[in-house]
Every structure is written in structure tokens, then in C-alpha cells.
Design a protein around this ligand. Sequence first.
Ligand code: FES
Length: 254
Amino acid sequence: MLNIVKQRTIARNIFELTCSGELVQEMREPGQFLHVKIDEYDDLLLRRPISICDVDLEKNEMKMIYRAEGEGTTRLSTKTSDTSIDTLGPLGHGFPVDEAKPGESVLLVGGGIGVPPLYYLGKELVKKGVHVTTVLGFQSEQDVFYEQEFQKLGPVYVATVDGSFGVKGFVTDAIDKHELSFDVLYSCGPTPMLASLTQRYREQRVFLSLEERMGCGIGACFACVCHIEADPDGVVYRKVCTDGPVFPVGEVVL
Ligand code: FES
């Protein structure tokens, strides 16, 4: 169980939930997620996968960020401090932090609700002496969050689809406009964004975290299965919840 310390709105329908508990000590791999049970009602037995955004091991606190869109997450957004939530995790394989060596340049590319796990990753990279640049993509100005937090780690560029904030267009437009280059790229966001990064950077050191709708979160239900590029017949597959959510570029079919 995790205890809610604080909950606040940080953008349109986006909530930041700060929690504390012993489980925080297990959260040492950026890119992993928690499977959160919304409450005890029978109509919402399925848990919701929410990625870990920030961890403070000394204070025993962590932050997760989610979008309130369905009934479950909307219900979660009404929970106040001193409530406890039933949480399974941390689950999955996160980002390979050691791929980036001290002194190298990393580009973090986040889209929408894929942004949060990159923050914990960015903090760990900066601690190691890696240079971090961040590109964040959102629909509109009202959807932008964590720009200032990422600015503490290095330069930040924002793109919005409607052009109301930052560069007009997608993350790739911001990358082109500012002529950004990198040694290693880590990304999390919607599938079309990951597919576009794959097309551009297939031969480079790139790691992508997939956002998939999940069922069990522990490898038992096959709800999150995806095929791999090396097996065109589709016999071999990967489960996003246990094999991922992070995969090297070009491994899974997007
Ligand atoms: Fe059930 Fe991945 S969510 S196997």
C-alpha cells in the first residue's frame, strides 16, 4: 500500500500524485510502472498502469502522473491525502541508464502522458554526468506540464500540435528546428511518435517505451502482446508489461 501525501492538477486533466511508503525503496529503475487498484468496488477490478515519474529514496516518496479520462482514473483524481492505494509494482523493465556514458549527450523525447517516466530517467542521467536535452510534445498549451522541472536538468524544447506554445507541430519538428543531435535517445509517448522516431533513427542508440493498454500487468493475460520485426510470421512476440515497456529501437512492430 502507498499513502497519498498530496494530489494536484498540473495541466488539463493531468494529475500529479505524491505518495509515500516502504514500496518506494524498490523503485530504483526509471521507466518502470505501477499497477494501481483504484478502489475496492467490483466494477473496477482492473488496475490502471501508471508510470513512475520521480522517486525520493531518502524521503520515501514518489510521484506518479496520470491523465483522468475514464471512470477509474477520474475516481483516482478525487482521492485526497492520507488515503492509501493498493499498488502492485514496480513492474516491467525500465530504461537502460548505463547505455549513456558520462560526458555523452542524451535526448529525452516525451509525448503527452509519456513524458513522466523520462523525468526520473533524466535525473539519474544528470547524476552520472550525462548531458541531457529534452523535447516535449503536447496537443496544446493547456496540456503542457513539467517544462520547468526538465529545465533543471538541461535545455528543454516544447512542441504543440496547434502551435499555441513552443514550436508548432510534433517533437520531430522541434528536433529539426533546433538541429538537435545525440549519442543516446530515450523516448516515451504515443505509437505514431515512436514510429516516426524509429524511421529516423533506426541505426542509432535509441530506446522506446510503449504505452499499451494493459490487463494483468504481470504477463498472464496477453492483453499487451506485440510482434517483433525480426519475425514477420508473427510467431514470436513480446509482452509490453513484462518484456518491456522499454525496447531497443526496431525490436517490436509499432
Ligand atoms: Fe497481461 Fe501484459 S498485461 S500479459
